[in-house]
Design a protein around this ligand. Structure first.
Ligand SMILES: [Mg+2]
Ligand SMILES: [Zn+2]
Length: 102
């Protein structure tokens, strides 16, 4: 296990572990798996279940990395570009956007 596992390193680790299977399955089917994990996260939130919360956050993030690998997206780069300098809409850190949904 690598120490200081950043987003880029984790995405690469997922690629090493699963890309041979992911590339055969393809993006559309992989998205279905991802959506299923999002559903499992929803259930863990609804049941306020700490153990499952931890697991499902890990699953959702791993499947997100898989889809990024399949599309050649560097997640660390794109999240840094979009979010690191402040809110993508108002530019502030912390965000001062008016909440659209209440
Ligand atoms: Mg799961
Ligand atoms: Zn904002």
């Amino acid at each position: 296990m690598e120490s200081n596992l950043g987003v880029r390193e984790f995405q690469r680790l997922i690629k090493e572990e699963f890309f041979h299977k992911d590339s055969t399955r393809g993006l559309a089917k992989t998205f279905i798996w991802f959506a299923e994990e999002v559903g499992e996260l929803a259930r863990a939130i609804r049941h306020d279940d700490r153990g499952h919360l931890e697991e499902e956050f890990a699953d959702v993030f791993a499947w997100l990395c898989t889809m990024a690998n399949l599309t050649g997206i560097d997640l660390e780069e794109v999240v840094r570009k979009k979010y690191a300098a402040g809110c993508p809409r108002c530019g502030n850190k912390p965000c001062t956007c008016k909440e659209a949904f209440k």
